[in-house]
Design a protein around this ligand. Structure first.
Ligand code: PEP
Length: 271
């Protein structure tokens, strides 16, 4: 599925749905599976055998799997021959040196990683990653020629206070301040409302589309080119509805990426 949707004005959701053929650039849908800290060699082999068999050859959507670091090489070899790409869940802002326990972008590139998730809300909340740190990680990923998947999203409190756009704007501006906007040509954004990740609650199409449209507008001249994923309890039963929205270009999946049938059903909905 390709999207060519962005509209410079901000019409109501219904109007956007009707008018979404109105602009120029085409964006391939993207589905990214974030396994988080799950799996083992045996389970991964079984899951990847099914996914690799189900995603061969040419498609209109890109599919990426981000396993835990120790399984990157194993995952890479089990995906060879399929069209599924490899990604990582986070990375150091430094390229090498005395940073015990850290993994660098050049190391990820060595292992055939193409994408790196950064700023996931679990890392912002549990590892205390700041907007500044996420911006430096973005720079490192870009420097290594990898594609950052920059996650942003508001907390439940922000949402209840109607401050979701303010939070998203702060998180995006922290990166823009380091990089400018041009580098987003080779980046992916993911809107992940914190209250929807791993909770079974999904943003309504209106809530998701409002934020995606806002994020797109922040990208200025690149607005119609950058892929913006939605993440937060996406499953096969709600994927189609979300993917039909003009400013949603695919999904970042947690739980659903651990089940091959569910994962492939979502990939097919994007295709
Ligand atoms: C995620 O971890 O990025 C995520 C979206 O998780 P889930 O799909 O389980 O909500």
């Amino acid at each position: 599925m390709f999207k060519s949707s962005w509209l410079p004005l901000a019409p109501a959701l219904g109007e956007v749905l009707l008018l979404n053929k109105a602009s120029n650039a085409e964006r391939r849908q993207l589905v990214v599976g974030n396994w988080k800290m799950n799996g083992n060699l045996q389970q991964n082999a079984a899951l990847l055998a099914k996914v690799a068999a189900g995603w061969q050859g040419e498609h209109n959507a890109d599919v990426v799997i981000c396993p835990p670091f120790p399984y990157l090489m194993h995952t890479n070899s089990l995906l060879s021959g399929s069209s599924v790409l490899l990604g990582a869940q986070t990375v150091s802002e430094n390229d090498q040196g005395a940073y015990t326990g850290e993994i660098s972008c050049p190391m990820l590139a060595d292992l055939n990683c193409k994408f790196v998730i950064i700023g996931h809300n679990e890392r912002r909340r549990m590892q205390g990653e700041t907007d500044e740190q996420v911006a430096r990680q973005f720079v490192a990923v870009h420097r290594a020629g990898l594609i950052p998947i920059l996650c942003v999203g508001e907390s439940l409190k922000d949402r209840e206070q109607g401050r979701q756009l303010e939070t998203i704007s702060r998180q995006l501006n922290a990166v823009f301040a380091h990089t400018g906007k041009d580098v987003f040509k080779n980046a992916v954004l993911a809107y992940e409302p914190v209250w929807a990740v791993g909770t079974g609650k999904t943003a309504t199409p209106e809530q998701a589309e409002e934020v995606h449209r806002f994020m797109r507008a922040q990208l200025g001249g690149l607005a119609s080119e950058v892929r913006i994923l939605y993440g937060g309890s996406v499953k096969s039963h709600n994927a189609q509805q979300l993917f039909a929205l003009p400013d949603i270009d695919g999904a970042l999946l947690g739980g659903a990426s651990l089940d091959a049938d569910e994962f492939l059903a979502i990939c097919k909905a994007a295709d």
